[in-house]
Design a protein around this ligand. Structure first.
Ligand SMILES: C[S@@+](CC[C@H](N)C(=O)[O-])C[C@H]1O[C@@H](n2cnc3c(N)ncnc32)[C@H](O)[C@@H]1O
Length: 194
């Protein structure tokens, strides 16, 4: 039992799914009244996915990325309940989805970023993921991420080239969590040729 819990923390970065308080606090930061193209990554059993699907406006598109196939049954069930919505499940590492040149309005990530820093690669994988999030967002798009100890706040700020737009704290979660809200600045205008 203890070994199983340690394995889950190492691989997934948590013991139990996120609380309804954390899910609501994170999703309240998104304006769902208009059609959105959303990437949700690190879905697990789909605590965020279920609420995102319920909130999607007509014309929206949702891409779900989860590396573990054992959660497929939960995610496929949620998708099957909403045949009218445009939802795609990508099984595999999020980097595969990010190679597809999609442009998103919002990225909602539960990825255990802190776990990636334990890889013996000088944070190459961690930085590649954050850079890819920035790259796949439309100008003005939003990256939402929760973390328990603000371990990678600075990495995200350095890669996005600015401070977080907002950080909020949700105490009612195991563990209490911080939500990062980072918007992508529009690229500077190209110099007009004389
Ligand atoms: C902290 S859990 C979050 C689960 C759920 N969203 C929640 O908040 O309760 C992180 C999830 O990210 C998944 N994950 C880890 N690395 C991943 C990767 N490179 N690409 C996609 N998913 C990944 C894990 O399998 C796990 O389900």
């Amino acid at each position: 039992m203890l070994l199983k819990t340690v394995k889950k923390i190492r691989e997934e970065g948590l013991i139990v799914s996120s609380s309804g308080f954390l899910v609501r606090a994170m999703l309240n930061k998104i304006d769902f009244s208009r059609p959105l193209k959303i990437l949700e990554t690190g879905s697990g059993k789909g605590v965020f996915t279920r609420e995102i699907i319920n909130k999607l406006a007509d014309g929206s598109e949702l891409h779900i990325s989860e590396i573990k196939t054992e959660y497929n049954c939960h995610l496929e069930k949620l998708i099957a309940q909403h045949p009218e919505k445009h939802i795609t499940l990508y099984n595999g590492c999020v980097t595969d989805v990010l190679k597809e040149n999609n442009e998103y309005d919002v990225v909602i990530s539960s990825l255990p970023l802190q776990n990636f820093t334990r890889m013996n690669d000088d944070n190459e994988f961690l930085h590649r993921i954050i850079e890819s999030f920035r790259g796949c967002l439309k100008d003005g798009g939003t990256y939402l991420q929760y973390q328990y100890f603000m371990s990678n706040k600075r990495d995200i700020e350095l890669i996005f080239g600015k401070n977080m737009d907002e950080i909020s704290f949700v105490p009612l979660n195991i563990l209490p969590a911080f939500i990062y809200n980072m918007t992508k600045l529009p690229a500077p205008c190209e110099q007009q040729e004389a």
